[in-house]
Every structure is written in C-alpha cells, then in structure tokens.
Design a protein around this ligand. Structure first.
Ligand code: ACO
Length: 439
C-alpha cells in the first residue's frame, strides 16, 4: 500500500499566502484522521521563498500509513489498532509483522514469520571477534550501532533497497540478530561467555536467556519478566516521525542500505533528549533517592531557568496529555514489582515526583506529563538489566518501526532524497587576505 494513495488533496480547502505583491493558493492535504497540512512543495518555485521551522515543530516530512498519534488526546495506534489492545492481545513479533506488512498476520503467516526470524538469530562467528576490539566499558549503544553498521560487510549480497527479496532477507536478519548483538555487548562488558541463542525459545525469552544464562547451569526465563518485556517492546515499537525514525528515513532516502540506515537511527536514539532519556531518568531518580528523596527540590530545579536540569522522562514534543505508553508501563511496573515481591525506592520516588509535578503550575501550563521513559527503567531494573542497557532495549523495541518507515519510504512513488534548505546568515562575500597581512 503506497502512502501517497492515502493522502487526499482537499477539494474545498486551500491556503492563501500573500508574499510581497504575489498571492498564491496552496493545496491542503487531508489525512484519514482529518489532520490537515498545507502543501508547500512548489512554494519556492512560485514565490522564491522557503519556509523556516527549526526543530520541524510544524513541518510534516511525509505522509505515512503506519502510526497515528494524537498528542492532545493521548492516542496512539499502530496501523489503526490502539496500543492498549496490541499490548493486551498481541506479542512483539506479531506487532512487528503488523508494522512492517500493514496487517495483523493470520496463524500461518505469523508462524512462518517467527520461523524465519528464529532461523537468523546467530551472528557470523567472525563478528564475535569485534567484541574483543571494544573497550570493556564501551557504551552498548556505541557497540550496537557499530555492529549493526558492520552487518553490511557480511551480507553484501542483499543490500539493494530496491530489490524486494534482498530487502526481505535483510529485514528478517536484522530483527533476528539485534537482540543477539545487544546481549553479546552486555556479556562482554561483564566478562562472561557469550551465550548462543536458543531457537526453541520465544523472542523475549531468548533475549533474557542470552543476557542472563551462563553455560554452567540451567536457566528458565521468568514468565513475569517475559510478559513485561513483550509489553515494553510493543510500547516502543513505533512513534511516527520522531528524531531516530526521521534519521532512518533521511539516511535511507539517499538509497543507503537498511543496515546503514538503522545504524544511524540507533545513534540518533542514543541522545538523552530522545531514547537516552530512560537511562538519564533512572540516574536522576537514583540521585534524588541518594539525596534524601527531596522530590520538591528537583521539581524546583527543573523549573529554574538558570539551571539546565530537566525532569528526565517528562515532557514530549507531541503529547500535551499523559503519554498512553507511560500509563501502560506504570501499571506494568506496579504489577511486576508486586509479582516479584520487590520494593524499589525508585518507583516510590518516581510516583511522588509525578504527583508533585502534575500539581505544579509550571508543568500544568506547559502541559508536561510523564513520557514513555519515565517508568520503563524501573521494570528494566527489576529484570536485572544495567542502566546503560536501557536505551539498547528501546532500540530493540523501535526496530520494527524503523524498518516499517524505511520500507514505506522506498515503496512510495513520491519519495525524494531528504535535503532541507536553509537561510544563510554567515558573512557576505569577502576576499582572502594573504596570511602575513591578517590581524
Ligand atoms: N523539565 C522541565 N521543563 C521542561 C521539560 C522537562 N522535562 N520539558 C520541557 N520543559 C519546558 C521547557 O523548558 C520549555 O519551557 P519554556 O516554554 O519556559 O521555555 C517548555 O517546557 C517547552 O519545552 P521544549 O524544550 O521547547 O519542548 P520540545 O518539544 O522542544 O522538547 C523534549 C521535548 C525534548 C522531550 C523535552 O520535553 C525534554 O527535554 N524532556 C526531557 C527529556 C525526555 O524525557 N526525553 C524523552 C522524550 S520521549 C522520547 O523521545 C522517547
């Protein structure tokens, strides 16, 4: 299904723009959820002007049929299905299929998909040698992006983004191998032997096995953690044109291969204003607990414009309401801690912080609510994951979304290389002065 088929140009609406003595009528594009955009694709040709929108706050980079979100109402749907229903009825592999292929699989399609992913879980033995080259304390996000980029050196026969078969095999390989690549980086960092995947296990069970099993004893993944991991991965699976997804699309628009595009997305996700916020949030909660649990002090710091401290896991470019993912994850957090009989002081502090912030005029006025990263780290801690692996978990979850967008972009007949314009504000023309005459 091409996205271009889904966007309609309104017959009744146009937008009129007056620039100098020229008046231009611009078409209005309407999406299936009645979102409207002014189509400025030939604005420069007609007026000589471009638009300026730092941070792309008002700029749609594409039409897309993958994810709908309404930030005012706190709605998130993948391919039309509400996130709450997907978390209740589907698992992560099924959700990945939905995102990538546009429909929920029937039993047979899902089994074939699972089988194919299982088939590709190992990484090339020569790739394991890479792990010896990284410093022991390397951040696993750096390892993840490097090793994913390096997949294109091992699978040179399937890098053509326009060849459907090559694309398909690369997609399955990547979905299968990312958990293995991630778990190996953890095992290496703690000096334990790398655990091969076990293909009789489910996607999430297998990841926990590769992370926490050792060759000297049996390991049974805890079903409470398996369920929680499934839910977390589903909640992270896509979020339309965010920083990392836009990165994947823009890198892919140059016809770079899938592995190169996803490797770039992983780098974009790493930053603390994006996926790195889950790690930053837990570090912040640890600091608050170590500092005596004075929640109000940190809320005040976040409000102080002279202090660059922000409440991590709070606020969102699009959500001006409670992030629906944060609601789901908070509930799951409660469930996991009580099922495992754990009492995490960070959960207590997080809830207090949320309560204080949500009653504070500063946060109310700016519509700042907990986002997906606020509670997820507490579940990851309960799983025994080290803090620097949290953003890696986000990347594993986001992978099907990145892939779906990369595929959608390549299938759209209207895709062009991503190449924004700018307004130059540097020096006007000047002549080079010979070096011995310069001040
Ligand atoms: N703590 C304190 N103040 C905040 C916060 C916060 N977490 N977030 C936003 N604000 C304030 C800003 O200072 C600004 O105030 P002002 O109007 O007085 O200048 C106002 O709210 C608007 O914030 P912007 O930074 O302009 O909003 P933007 O949409 O550019 O940024 C972002 C969104 C990056 C998520 C921001 O809210 C933030 O930094 N949050 C903390 C980091 C975080 O949790 N990131 C994860 C986001 S979800 C994800 O990517 C998976």
């Amino acid at each position: 299904m091409s996205t271009a088929e889904k966007a309609t140009t309104s017959k009744s609406l146009t937008a009129r723009l007056q620039v100098e003595d020229k008046s231009v009528d611009l078409p209005v594009v309407v999406g299936t959820e009645n979102e409207k955009a002014i189509d400025i694709s030939d604005l420069r040709k007609r007026t000589g002007y471009i638009t300026l929108d730092e941070g792309f706050v008002n700029t749609g980079s594409t039409t897309s049929a993958i994810t709908f979100l309404n930030g005012e109402q706190g709605i998130l749907r993948y391919r039309g299905y509400p996130i709450e229903q997907l978390c209740e009825y589907c698992d992560f592999v099924e959700t990945s299929y939905l995102l990538i292929y546009g429909k929920l699989p029937n039993r047979h399609e899902l089994e074939r998909f699972r089988e194919s992913i299982r088939h590709h879980t190992m990484i090339h033995e020569d790739m394991r040698a890479f792990y010896n080259g990284f410093p022991r304390d390397a951040h696993p996000m750096a390892i993840l992006s490097s090793v994913v980029g390096a997949l294109s050196t091992f699978y040179q026969d399937s890098l053509d983004p326009h060849d459907k078969e090559q694309r398909e095999i690369s997609i399955h390989r990547l979905l299968a191998k990312l958990p293995t690549i991630a778990a190996y980086s953890y095992k290496k960092s703690i000096g334990q032997p790398l655990m091969y995947p076990r293909n009789e296990l489910s996607y999430c069970e297998n990841f926990l096995h590769m992370m926490f099993a050792v060759p000297t004893q049996d390991y049974e993944p805890n079903p409470v953690l398996v369920e929680a991991l499934n839910l977390l991965l589903i909640c992270h699976a896509d979020h339309e044109q965010n920083c990392s997804t836009s990165t994947v699309r823009i890198v892919g628009s140059s016809n770079a291969n899938l592995f190169a595009s996803i490797s770039a997305g992983i780098c974009a996700l790493w930053g603390p204003l994006h996926g790195g916020a889950n790690e930053a949030c837990v570090r912040m909660l640890q600091q608050i607990v170590a500092d005596g649990g004075n929640v109000k002090k940190y809320v005040d710091k976040a409000k102080d414009k002279k202090d660059n401290f922000r409440l991590m896991g709070f606020g969102h470019r699009v959500y001006k309401n409670y992030d629906p993912r944060a609601l789901i994850i908070k509930k799951a957090c409660d469930k996991v801690l009580s099922q495992l009989n754990l009492n995490d002081p960070l959960f207590e502090v997080a809830q207090q912080l949320e309560q204080v912030a949500l009653q504070d005029e500063y946060f109310i006025e700016r519509k700042l609510y907990p986002n997906v990263d606020f509670y997820s780290g507490i579940i990851y801690r309960a799983m025994g994951l080290p803090t620097n692996m949290f953003t890696v978990m986000f990347a594993i979850g986001r992978l099907p979304g990145w892939i779906a967008h990369w595929v959608e972009m390549h299938e759209s007949p209207t895709t062009r290389i991503g190449r924004p314009r700018q307004i130059y504000v540097g020096p006007t023309k000047r002549d080079v002065i010979p070096i011995d005459q310069r001040d």
